[in-house]
Design a protein around this ligand. Structure first.
Ligand SMILES: NC(=O)c1ccc[n+]([C@@H]2O[C@H](COP(=O)([O-])OP(=O)(O)OC[C@H]3O[C@@H](n4cnc5c(N)ncnc54)[C@H](OP(=O)(O)O)[C@@H]3O)[C@@H](O)[C@H]2O)c1
Length: 277
């Protein structure tokens, strides 16, 4: 399924994107990585190529996915240099946590720009190549925050719910063009994104996050790849996350109840002095 395929991974210089790249390389895929920072892309490429048979190459394309024109240009270069893409993983993303009342509109615009419009731009740019190839695969990395509301994640949840809606409709449309669409709902996993949010997250958000054990990015990538191989549309990595989100689907409101009870014990709110636990 992955051997000899040209696979584009946005956010491929870090965290989950890089973990996916490592696994797909091992399966014989041709990998192209997209992210903004050239230095981090180069470092990721060097790291990924360590221990890989000589002759294997990884192409890198520095590009801001929030910029539609830049994305189309990058995919054009990629099609020439790496080959027509067979598969697209949308893993690029950002997370800004905080009380809604303390988050300026710019945070919402920035988050939607990368998480939602970034995903949209990459799909729009890749689609003509998939059609030319007679098929393709799109894997959108959403989040548990795309399934439910999370204290402190108003902007992030909004962007991931938007990704979920886009993906659900796309699946229905593209299925008939031999283009498979998948969506993954990871809970928190170890990555630079998590390290960053851990420095300054609200006490309430930290408490909610502790409900589900943190996985490694590698374990999440393994589950996502397994889910694609089994042709699952929705992929929820990690057994605890699968059980809890499944329970919430069967008993709507269960997740809200647990969240409200946990937050009630530690609530500080936007009027607090910002001191963290
Ligand atoms: N970590 C978690 O706990 C968690 C949980 C659920 C879902 N997720 C989702 O999983 C995905 C990967 O997260 P991660 O934890 O692996 O994050 P990460 O380690 O911070 O990596 C994010 C990647 O996205 C790239 N990126 C960010 N903004 C970009 C932009 N405007 N244009 C192009 N590339 C951009 C970054 O590179 P540059 O900064 O150089 O551009 C980096 O390669 C995200 O969609 C995230 O929302 C994460």
């Amino acid at each position: 399924m992955f051997a000899e395929k040209t696979i584009v991974i946005t956010g491929g210089s870090s965290g989950l994107g890089k973990a996916l790249a490592r696994r797909l390389l091992a399966k014989g895929s041709r990998i192209a990585l997209i992210a903004r920072d050239t230095g981090r892309l180069t470092a990721a490429r060097e790291d990924l190529l360590r221990g890989v048979p000589a002759g294997v190459t990884i192409d890198i394309f520095p590009c801001d996915v929030a910029d539609s024109r830049a994305v189309h240009q990058a995919l054009g270069e990629l099609a020439e240099r790496t080959g027509l893409p067979d598969m697209l993983f949308n893993s690029a993303g950002i997370l800004r946590e905080g009380y809604f009342e303390r988050q300026p509109e710019s945070v919402f615009r920035e988050t939607m720009g990368v998480n939602f419009f970034g995903t949209l731009h990459c799909i729009q740019a890749a689609l003509p190549y998939f059609k030319k190839q007679g098929g393709g695969k799109i894997v959108n990395i959403c989040s548990v925050a795309g399934l439910m509301g999370v204290f402190g994640y108003t902007a992030y949840c909004a962007s991931k719910h938007a990704v979920r809606g886009l993906t659900a409709s796309l699946r229905a449309e593209l299925k008939h063009q031999n283009i498979a669409v998948h969506i993954a709902y990871p809970a928190e996993f170890d990555s630079p994104m998590l390290e960053e949010v851990n420095v300054c997250r609200t006490t309430e958000n930290r408490t909610i996050a502790a409900t589900i054990p943190t996985l490694s990015a590698g374990a999440v990538a393994d589950d996502i790849i397994r889910g694609i191989e089994r042709n699952r549309y929705e992929i929820t990595p990690g057994i605890v996350t699968r059980v809890l989100t499944g329970f919430d689907r069967v008993f709507p409101g269960a997740g809200r109840l647990v969240s409200d009870l946990r937050v009630r014990r530690v609530y500080q709110g936007p009027e607090s002095d910002g001191s963290k636990d």
